[in-house]
Ligand binder design. Sequence first.
Ligand code: ADP
Ligand code: MG
Length: 236
Amino acid sequence: MLAGLNGHGLFFGNMKGGVGKSTLCMYTLEMIQKLRPNLDILLIDTDPQGTSSKMMKSILAPEQIRFMPMGDRYDGAIMSTIDGVMKSHLVKDNSLVVVDTAAGKIGNIWQVALLCNTMIVPTSLSWTDMQPTIDYVQEIDARKEDYTSMTPHIIVVPNRTSPNQKDYSLINNAAKSLNVIVAPPVSDFSIVKHSSHDYKGLKDVEKSRFYQEIETLGNFIVSHVLSGELDRIFAE
Ligand SMILES: Nc1ncnc2c1ncn2[C@@H]1O[C@H](COP(=O)(O)OP(=O)(O)O)[C@@H](O)[C@H]1O
Ligand SMILES: [Mg+2]
């Protein structure tokens, strides 16, 4: 929670594309809504591709979705609009803003991240994803230092792991030297690949192992982010 703002911001980001930012954003958003029905949730999609804002139309009310594309070049107008939309939502009690972003360096969207309590960074366990993820996290850390900001706290989510994966030492070792916590993993499931082109929501994946993993991840986010637990962990 930031000074004067009662709500929480969840920012889905990674320099790397295709790591599951939009997919995890959509499923965890819906799961959090299920777990905390009283939350007032707003989705802001800043990716010009507009994946999550388009697909969540069947799940969220129109006033809960904002498509605010941010290009490569700095656009002060869209930036201050996002800033205003976020702040006017976050002043409300029980509010949550979920931001889905395009791949790329943190760049100017840092201003949006700075309004968020938590950043969710999905990655697979392959080095082609892990290396850019580490670079991204280090860049955020440097920004936080420049701005003397404790937030956004960073949660790395192992995604598309093998359903039989038991050894997480690669990511856990990498995390040791970074200012992050690692969330429960989400496996690679064909049910996800099929449904994410045409998102039909959690009801479409009910009773699957994927649903259970999203439930575990949703509970993890609810317990760590909404309770203020992360503020305590990172203050140590
Ligand atoms: N856990 C998963 N299991 C299987 N496929 C996944 C999983 N997470 C993401 N995908 C697939 O990977 C592709 C990229 O995911 P997406 O969420 O669009 O990534 P990003 O938003 O980071 O670019 C999509 O086709 C999506 O269906
Ligand atoms: Mg995306």
